[in-house]
Design a protein around this ligand. Structure first.
Ligand code: FA5
Length: 350
């Protein structure tokens, strides 16, 4: 082997033996094999050799190149292994018998406000119902007077499964089942239907500070003889004054929902900006919180209840927005963020 190549090989071998960290090793790799590296320059210098020397010299340089590359690979492995061993040695030893410092978890603000609403309505004789998140088109729309191709469906585009079921876009999807569950006791024993049914809803929604694609509603229904709008207003007022425990400005305005007649939008003055207008209320000063109305005769009929004999009200409280207002959370998206820093600061103040 050429003298020059032999001495370079010896130098490389010694330098690689001495190297002790990965970044140093990488600098050495560049200094041998990089564009301007010593081995690369040997190859470049071949053009000045006589034709009969080129072949042997080229073969020697290639051997040196292979030798260097494989020594670098071995050294990389060795240094990586040492680094892992060092990190492992620095890790605290897990002692199963040692006492664990415990930090208590906390409830999500939506859970807190949901529990509070449940307890308010329970105290007024309502039952709390659980309902599926995956429902049929009939449950979510047709049974509540929204036939196929009705324009009201445009407001509630949601996520569909291949089998035609969908993720419910509104808790109203449970109305028909509740009417059918409690209808017999109403008709046979005169027990009014009084139920709330909180649940997660899904919509294909462009999100902003007050709209999420996944949010919670809490629906409520009461059906009996002679139920009127004044009953509806009484229950809405009681719920809001219990939740907020302070005077809040509320407005009721006409609203269209195919499953109620008449229908209302119940808005509250935005508690983030005090009604001045901000991103949390789409700069209107008001937040749509709890649409409601008198249950449409078609919905009662579809649920097996005679609308000539019974009337009822229904409401669809935006539970996630209620949590925003109660706890002063400016952006609804924080509630689904999973950030413990933001979410663990709320407590049940009851
Ligand atoms: C409904 O979903 C009706 N089912 C409510 C209803 C029930 C009306 C019974 C009458 C009788 P709406 O789409 O407006 O209506 O939603 C009800 C509430 O849910 C809204 O006022 C709002 O507080 C909340 N909400 C709706 N969409 C979103 C969203 N994308 N993000 C967060 N909250 C929402």
């Amino acid at each position: 082997m050429d003298e020059k190549i032999l001495s370079l090989r010896e130098r490389i071998d010694n330098e690689l033996k001495a190297v002790s960290d990965l970044s140093e090793l990488d600098s050495l790799r560049v200094s041998y094999l990089g564009k301007k590296g010593s081995i690369t320059s040997l190859l470049k210098g071949m053009k000045d050799l006589a034709a009969d020397q080129k072949k042997a010299f080229g073969a020697d340089v290639n051997k040196l190149k292979e030798f260097t590359a494989s020594r670098i690979e071995e050294k990389t492995e060795e240094l990586r292994r040492k680094q892992i061993e060092k990190e492992l040695a620095a890790m605290p030893v897990f002692d199963i018998s040692s006492p664990v410092p415990r930090t208590n978890g906390s409830y999500h603000p939506i859970t807190l406000v949901q529990r509070q609403c449940e307890s308010i309505f329970r105290s007024m004789g309502f039952t709390v119902e659980d309902y599926s998140e995956v429902v049929t088109d009939y449950e979510c729309f047709e049974s509540v007077n929204i036939p196929k191709h009705h324009p009201a469906r445009d407001m509630q585009d949601t996520y569909y499964l291949e089998n035609g079921q969908l993720l419910k876009s509104q808790t109203s999807a449970a109305q028909n089942a509740i009417l059918r569950k409690y209808g017999p006791a109403l008709k046979e024993n005169g027990v009014p239907i009084k139920a709330i049914f909180p649940g997660r809803c899904f919509r294909n929604e462009a999100t902003d500070a007050c709209h999420e694609n996944t949010f919670f509603q809490m629906e409520g229904m009461m059906v009996d003889k002679n139920i009127s709008i004044s009953n509806l207003i009484y229950f809405m007022k009681t719920m809001l004054s219990e939740v907020f425990r302070k005077d809040i400005k509320v407005r009721l305005r006409p609203g269209f929902f195919p499953f109620v007649e008449p229908g209302f939008e119940l808005d509250i003055s935005c508690l983030i900006c005090g009604g001045e207008g901000c991103p949390s209320c789409k700069h209107s000063g008001w937040l749509e919180l709890c649409p409601c109305g008198m249950i449409h005769p078609n919905v009662l009929r579809e649920g097996g209840i005679d609308p000539d004999e019974y009337t009822g009200f229904a409401f669809g409280l935006g539970l996630t927005r209620l949590a925003m207002m109660k706890y002063g959370i400016k952006d609804i998206r924080d509630l689904n963020s999973g950030s413990l820093k933001s979410l663990s600061q709320f407590t049940d103040d009851e």
